[in-house]
Design a protein around this ligand. Structure first.
Ligand SMILES: [Ca+2]
Length: 456
């Protein structure tokens, strides 16, 4: 069976993994695979892709975007046409006024063009986003909002620990909404030519949200890419899934936690969240395991994974629940932790198409419930590859007859597939995970080939 999406990792600058165990101190029930029988889950609705880029605070490389009189004049001209379109679509003077008042945000263009200098290791990413401080703070918030979260769970079937985990991942529990005026940011990206159609639709939807009276334009703040409020909803996500939990007729995902939590839970429920199931779990692989099964796509019943020798990471037999299937992922390569992931992992991936993000949400939710850090330790020599290293890796793969596509310094599914093929040929674990070691192995492979070339 092939259902799940292949890996896509967000590239962000690394951070050290925080270490140190944290005592369990939550009254939240511990996660289970599926303790009770349940009615069929709602049919997954097609989720609008979150912004093409919804990066977790990328480390931008040398922003160089000049906005001068020519750009401002072009933007003003574009706004006039857009405002006419908005009026024709029936939007009120209030919403159109918000558009007319928008300014080009040079910083938005810079962030949209910036590319990180380093790839991201599993440990760098997860360590930065799931650390002891975030766990402690989240546990306190889980207790503080226990009654509200219990209400939301009863209604939508998403446990509070997951909602608080998303909240922590998205805005550090409401501490950082992003600080950009959403209409300005979206207008800037819609005016720019790179992904104009996508952001034009988001902009029109943002204006409709203003028109409906949910939020005043000056309070409508979000990320540089237009993700809004506590849970960083794009306007299209807001329009399709957000809900008014307080009954005041306004969906205020900026100022109302009941609205923000209920909207996040409803969104997850709409995209297929399964009540009473958890997201996945860290597992231990047997000696000599066939790594080709850990491709993020091969789906098997839990009983089959158990029969292949997989066990709980902390020891003990894998919990086997009739009817549940799982996919095996190795987001940190063969030396990192292995995870069996369930349907709710797909729901998290629909929220944000990054395996590292999804594992981080699941792990943070587990830590909030008092579960320990990963059983697999971070290797002492864990370090990211630079973009230049990845270009070199891709070039060497291509030269060696393992097509990785045009070398662009970005590790996508093509690069991973080529890397797996090389690793198989070289007798290495085919995990498709780029490391300095595998780059060195490729350099040595290329060196041997060059030495065997006949001299003319
Ligand atoms: Ca409300």
């Amino acid at each position: 069976m092939q259902r799940r999406s292949p890996f896509r990792t967000a590239a962000v600058a690394g951070a050290l993994l925080a270490t140190g165990a944290l005592p369990a101190c939550s009254a939240t029930p511990l996660p289970t695979e599926k303790p009770t029988p349940q009615a069929a889950a709602p049919a997954p609705a097609p989720a609008p892709a979150p912004a093409p880029a919804k990066p977790q605070a990328a480390a931008p490389a040398k922003p160089t975007v000049a906005v001068g009189p020519a750009e401002n004049a072009a933007f003003a001209e574009w706004k006039r046409a857009m405002a006419a379109e908005a009026r024709a679509a029936g939007l009120s003077a209030r919403a159109v006024g918000a558009l007319e008042a928008a300014q080009i945000q040079a910083r938005v263009l810079e962030l949209d063009r910036s590319q990180p200098e380093f790839t991201q290791t599993f440990w760098g990413y997860v360590g930065r986003l799931v650390n002891d401080r975030r766990v402690t703070e989240g546990q306190a918030l889980l207790r503080k909002h226990a009654a509200l979260l219990a209400d939301v769970e009863a209604r939508y079937g998403v446990p509070g620990r997951f909602l608080v985990a998303f909240w922590g991942m998205e805005t550090n529990y409401g501490a950082t909404f992003g600080g950009f005026p959403v209409v300005d940011a979206l207008a800037t990206l819609a005016w720019d030519t790179r992904r104009s159609d996508f952001f034009r639709r988001e902009l029109m939807t943002a204006l409709r949200i203003i028109d409906a009276g949910h939020i005043a334009p000056e309070r409508m703040v979000g990320s540089w890419a237009g993700a809004m409020g506590h849970m960083q909803f794009m306007p299209s996500t807001f329009a399709a899934h957000a809900t008014d939990a307080t009954g005041d007729g306004r969906i205020d995902i900026w100022g109302s936690l009941p609205d923000a939590f209920a909207s996040a839970a409803k969104y997850l429920s709409d995209i297929g969240w399964r009540r009473d199931e958890t997201w996945g779990r860290e597992v231990r692989l047997p000696q000599g395991f066939d790594f080709s099964l850990a491709d993020g796509e091969t789906e098997k019943p839990l009983a089959e994974w158990a029969a292949l020798g997989l066990a709980r990471a902390e020891g003990g037999a894998l919990p086997v629940v009739e009817g549940m299937t799982a996919t095996l992922i190795l987001p940190g390569g063969a030396r990192g932790p292995a995870f069996l992931v369930y349907d709710n992992f797909d729901a998290i991936m629909s929220w944000n198409r990054s395996v590292l993000y999804a594992v981080s949400v699941g792990h943070l939710a587990d830590r909030l419930a008092g579960l320990p850090p990963f059983a697999t330790p971070r290797p002492a020599d864990d370090r990211p590859l630079s973009r230049a290293d990845v270009v070199r890796l891709q070039t060497l793969l291509n030269d060696a007859g393992f097509p990785a596509g045009a070398p662009d310094g970005l590790v996508g599914s093509g690069t991973r597939g080529a890397l797996r093929a090389f690793q198989r040929a070289a007798g290495l674990p085919p995990d498709g995970y780029p490391t300095p070691e595998v780059l060195a192995a490729l350099e040595a492979f290329a060196g041997r080939r060059a030495a065997q070339m006949p001299v003319q």
